[in-house]
Design a protein around this ligand. Structure first.
Ligand SMILES: *Cc1c(COP(=O)(O)O)cnc(C)c1O
Length: 400
């Protein structure tokens, strides 16, 4: 077997790349997968090697053949603009590490009002304590981000679409303005994954993944990753090292294993999610479906311009009804589990309300809202489960 070079790999299709990236069987006695290396101390053959750090690895916290394999595979996934990837023990740790790498006391951060709640808590808590001011902006701002930039704005954080409310963001327009101003652009790209949205190519200097979600894909691991372009990489790498952030080898292995089937799973989540979204759009108990791949969605033009697919996560706005009616819907579901997180093989449903979080925009959808994750089950079974739930909702709100 001939050994693939980095440029060979760049020329391959996506699914092929996800099969071969980060694998070096010749270094591991021919075994298909890299070994799961449990280790802290790395021995050096000579004093010169030890003090000169000549080895590929120097200490377990900072890297291992297992971590190296995942970093290499994630760089192949993020595309040629990625100058490096750091691994974090959760998606939230990836967010906080990324933010800490590009901010200091006295800086101003622009944060989308649709951002994942715990990211907001990090900004309003830790960053504020350390003298960084966060201002929230309308996710649909586009090039008008210019109007909220301040002389000390160092970073603009985006998340598209918002993972409950699904507003799409024009990241290329935001990036053009931010870069002209000397600010870095970060994006939490967990929803689309790098397969469906090439974050760096669309202007993000830093691209974040909660690998807990689709990359791991099996609801059995907490993990995160941050990819940076050449401009953002040195500070990211240094901050990651200074914080002492690392990931245990068994967790790295689970994410690597998940990555091999990512293209297959994402194609299925796209297809099944969109079919469910269409079906729900026509249901009398559903007022609105928040899914950017639907032509009726306000973010559809951006979606078709910039995205190569949709994942299995979207929201619905039900007809007006009391909480008991929503509980009647959810409590009786058999296939849709009720729980946080998403991106695994299984379907999920949760109620949510963005209103108490928002500070720059209003959230008033006009009815109870549910977020759905469409997993890998048969669609007919999922439709039957949800259809019966919507009948319970209709009956309960009729009685109210
Ligand atoms: C889940 C999630 C995170 C955090 O990931 P954890 O691994 O749960 O810490 C960050 N961003 C988004 C958009 C998420 O959905």
């Amino acid at each position: 077997m001939r050994k693939l070079t980095t440029s060979d790999i760049e020329g391959l299709g996506e699914s092929t790349r996800m099969v071969v990236a980060g694998r070096h069987p010749d270094e591991h006695f021919g075994f298909v997968n890299p070994p799961v290396v449990h280790g802290s101390t790395v021995l050096s053959p000579t004093m010169a090697d030890l003090t000169g750090h000549t080895g590929r690895y120097s200490y377990g916290r900072r890297g291992s053949p297992t971590m190296g394999a995942l970093e290499e595979a994630l760089m192949a996934l993020e595309g040629k603009e990625s100058a490096g990837v750091v691994l974090c023990p959760s998606g939230l740790a990836a967010v906080s590490t990324a933010l800490l790498s590009c901010l200091k006391a006295g800086d101003h951060l622009l944060m989308t009002d649709s951002v994942y709640g715990p990211t907001r808590n990090f900004c309003d808590g830790v960053l504020r304590r350390f003298g960084v001011e966060t201002a929230y902006y309308d996710p649909q701002v586009g090039a008008d981000i210019a109007q909220v930039l301040k002389s000390n704005t160092r970073a603009v954080f985006t998340e598209s679409p918002g993972s409950q409310s699904f507003e799409m963001q024009d990241i290329p327009a935001i990036a053009a303005v931010a870069h002209a101003h000397g600010a870095l652009v970060l994006t939490d790209n967990t929803w689309a994954t790098p397969l469906f949205y090439a974050a760096h190519a669309h202007g993000a200097d830093i691209a974040i993944q909660a690998a807990t979600k689709y990359l791991g894909g099996h609801s059995d691991v907490m993990s995160g990753a941050v990819s940076a372009n050449a401009a953002a990489w040195p500070a990211l790498k240094r901050t990651w090292g200074d914080l002492g952030v690392t990931v245990a080898p068994d967790d790295v292995f689970l994410v690597l294993r998940g990555l091999r089937t990512l293209p297959l799973r994402m194609a299925r989540h796209h297809e099944a999610g969109l079919e469910m979204a269409r079906w729900l759009s026509g249901h009398p108990e559903v007022q609105r479906v928040l899914h950017p791949a639907l032509p009726s969605d306000p973010g559809h033009a951006l979606f078709t311009r910039d995205y190569r697919g949709a994942s299995g996560l979207f929201s619905i706005v039900l007809q007006p009804g009391p909480e008991e009616a929503v509980a009647a819907l959810l409590d009786g579901l058999a296939l849709f589990g009720m729980g946080y997180s998403w991106g695994g093989f299984e379907s999920l449903a949760i109620p949510f309300d963005c209103a108490p979080l928002r500070t720059a925009t209003q959230w008033a959808p006009g009815g109870p809202t549910l977020r759905l994750h469409i997993g890998l089950e048969d669609l007919d079974d999922l439709k039957a489960d949800l259809g019966q739930g919507l009948e319970r909702f209709a009956a309960a709100r009729g009685r109210a």
